[in-house]
Design a protein around this ligand. Structure first.
Ligand code: SF4
Ligand code: FES
Length: 220
């Protein structure tokens, strides 16, 4: 038993329960993502993975939308791409420094051609570094609240050291009771740093060696 779907004109058979994002990957098509990590259950928080679906008035999130038999999907639907680009623009506009070029955020922005002319002037996050832990560094101002680190800590490692805190512009992640990694239940597994799409959480060694992040390089 399988469902037949078309992704950008490519017809394929997928197992029931397959998401549009999974089908797009099978079809060799790119969909931008920020809060998605294939090691974790889809979360549907960032709204960057929007795609056009025939018969749907609005773009749909590819990571959480399950394929239906006969579905016709466009990963390059202009409205969906506009939504994704606007979300990435807004996220970038809140950072005090551009994300390092190797990060997922920088790469998604580049591929969506977002960055040179930001439309969202306004407040940027204040620099706030937790550098006490011997292995892990947290540059809170680079956090885009995608939740991947929290889910990695909970679902993958079971350490429950990280918590999503705040709302809207003030949304961020706290380690322990907001006392930093060193004073939390962190077991130094590095799963949070491994999944973070912005290097907000990264390994201390990478900071010492220089990870290309201008905020850290400037010593702020
Ligand atoms: S620290 Fe990184 S992984 Fe965690 S919520 Fe912020 S951006 Fe996402
Ligand atoms: S990747 Fe789908 S909502 Fe974030």
């Amino acid at each position: 038993m399988s469902d037949t779907v078309r992704i950008d004109g490519v017809q394929l058979e997928v197992a029931p329960g397959t998401t549009i994002l999974e089908a797009a990957k099978l079809a060799g098509r790119w969909v931008p993502t920020l809060c998605f990590d294939e090691r974790q259950a889809p979360f549907g928080a960032c709204r960057v993975c929007m795609v056009g679906v025939e018969g749907s008035a609005n773009p749909l999130p590819a990571c959480t939308t399950v394929c239906r038999d006969g579905m016709n999907v466009s990963t390059e639907d202009p409205t969906a791409r506009r939504v994704a680009g606007a979300v990435v623009e807004l996220v970038l506009s809140e950072l005090p420094a551009a994300p390092a070029p190797h990060t997922e955020l920088a790469q998604v922005a580049q591929r969506l051609q977002v960055g040179a002319e930001l439309r969202w002037p306004g407040a940027v996050h204040a620099v706030d570094h937790d550098l006490e832990h011997p292995y892990l560094a947290f540059q809170h101002e680079l956090c885009i609240s995608c939740g991947r680190c929290v889910r990695a800590c909970d679902e993958v490692q079971g350490a429950f050291a990280l918590t999503a805190v705040g709302r809207g512009f003030d949304a961020n992640v706290a380690a322990g009771l907001d006392g930093g990694f060193l004073h939390s239940s962190c077991v130094s597994c590095g799963a949070c740093a491994d999944t973070c799409p912005t290097d907000a959480i990264t390994e201390q060694l990478l900071l010492v060696g220089g990870n290309g992040n201008s905020a850290v390089a400037a010593g702020v």
